[in-house]
Design a protein around this ligand. Structure first.
Ligand code: PHE
Length: 445
């Protein structure tokens, strides 16, 4: 069967940026910046994204484009079947991420409905917090919304690479940008927003510790969708003519811009109403609805904010499903069978995550955490770093000449390409081993 391709390089950029831009940018990044000292965290994060993150992204695209294969078969094409373990790990990781991602994305759909029906009207932050707690700990509703979100994901992936994923991304990504800009303008023009801007833009380096750096590294992998073969799979639908170095750079830039814009939309508004920027995961679902309640035009901005989150989550979740579908399509399943099968399985695996905030809150999996927190911990601290490490080593040491040719053609490799290989060989592996050691608490910083 002929492999499907993107309709254009722009389509690829929109789809890959759609994968990268997600709950990680809009839900996680602002609260992580809020908890870790604001601007200082952002500077460290930028440094990591444009060295290690960008290098790994280019490594994944290189493997995918060269082999035109899914993440498991790609390594076989290099005659390195043992390395196809990376692809298997990637599929496991996709299910683990999907299990909590789709649950949280379900909450965002619920919040579109709650905002539109005025469910929070007249409530203060404490009452909104109780409503959130009541909602996520209930049994049926969050699972229904998780199911709706998983079904939407399946619908897009059923349409195929260019007819489903690319088409959806080309419509949804511009909408996402427009909504985000509207929210930034609203946030920074509120009286009192300056304190938030200052927090976000003037660095306090005394807040930076080794664990902040490790958190930034984990966040960079998650946010750029690296370390599990998603970007590899998307890269495999690229034709030989596309400039992959430039593409990797553009995707990383778009992803980072959206994280920073999300911070600018959220933190100044939080400061304008004297709320706590370090509220953790509840920043989006408790603090923000309270901010919207108090802000002029809040009804409208609340709806579009949660629509924004849903869109961002959807273009990411389709990229979690696609590598699984891509692999099973080579194993004798049709695309429809593979998509529906993987979608149903992913939905089922997500149910314990949803229940872990209510009925199953007594079940502890890793380090005393329930399913949802364990899945997130396992992804950030183990699965993505291990996958990322192996991909760096593979491109940096095993297939180096092929990779260099794939990126720079027949000519002499430029200084940037040499720097890329240097990062893959030494800098990224050392940094990643550090995340692993601190994550596993073998080394405490
Ligand atoms: N990058 C996505 C986000 O920031 C999450 C994701 C991770 C998607 C890994 C696919 C693969 O929300």
């Amino acid at each position: 069967m002929k492999r499907e391709h993107w309709g254009s390089r722009l389509g690829f950029i929109m789809a890959a940026a759609g994968s990268a831009i997600g709950l990680g940018n809009i839900w996680k990044f602002p609260y992580m910046a809020g908890e870790n000292g604001g601007a200082a965290f952002i500077i460290i994060y930028l440094g990591i994204v444009f060295t290690i993150g960008l290098s790994l992204m280019l490594a994944e695209i290189t493997i995918g484009r060269h082999t035109q294969s899914d993440a498991i078969n790609a390594f076989k094409k290099f005659n390195r079947p043992a390395w196809s373990f990376i692809g298997i790990l990637g599929i496991v990781t996709a299910f683990v991420i999907f299990s909590f991602y789709s649950v949280v994305a379900g909450w965002t759909i619920a919040y579109v409905v709650k905002s539109a029906t005025g469910a929070f009207s007249g409530m203060d932050a404490a009452a909104i917090g109780d409503t959130f707690g009541g909602f996520v700990s209930s049994t049926v509703q969050p699972i229904v919304y998780h199911g709706i979100f998983a079904a939407l994901t399946v619908l897009v992936v059923l349409g195929g690479v260019s007819g489903g994923i690319e088409r959806a991304s080309k419509i949804l990504m511009p909408v996402l940008f427009l909504i985000l800009i509207a929210l930034v303008v609203r946030g920074v023009t509120l009286p009192g927003a300056e304190k938030g801007l200052e927090f976000f833009l003037s660095p306090d380096f005394s807040k930076i510790t080794a664990s902040t750096v490790m958190a930034a590294l984990g966040q960079a992998f998650f946010s750029l969708s690296l370390g599990m073969g998603v970007i590899l799979t998307y890269g495999s639908y690229l034709g030989k003519e596309a400039n992959i170095g430039r593409s990797a750079w553009q995707i990383a830039l778009l992803d980072t811009m959206v994280a920073i814009l999300a911070g600018l939309a959220i933190l100044p508004a939080v400061f304008a109403f004297n709320m706590d920027p370090a509220a953790g995961p509840g920043l989006t679902f408790v603090t923000l609805p309270a901010v919207f309640e108090a802000m002029p035009g809040g009804y409208f901005f609340s709806i579009i904010f949660f629509v924004l989150l849903t869109i961002a989550a959807l273009t990411s979740s389709i990229s979690l499903l696609e590598p699984i579908v891509s692999f099973f399509s080579t194993k004798g399943f049709t695309r429809t069978q593979a998509t529906i099968g993987a979608g149903v399985l992913a939905f089922l695996i997500g149910i314990p995550s949803s229940l872990s905030l209510g009925a199953w809150s007594d079940i502890h999996i890793i380090k005393g955490q329930g399913f949802l927190d364990s899945a997130s911990w396992l992804t950030d601290k183990i699965l993505l770093p291990v996958g990322g490490l192996l991909i760096c080593l593979f491109v940096g040491w095993v297939i180096t000449p092929i990779a260099i040719r794939e990126v720079s053609g027949e000519g002499e490799p430029s200084a940037l390409v040499k720097a890329w290989i240097f990062i893959l060989r030494f800098i990224a592996p050392i940094a990643i081993v550090m995340i692993l050691l601190t994550g596993l608490e073998i080394v405490t910083l």
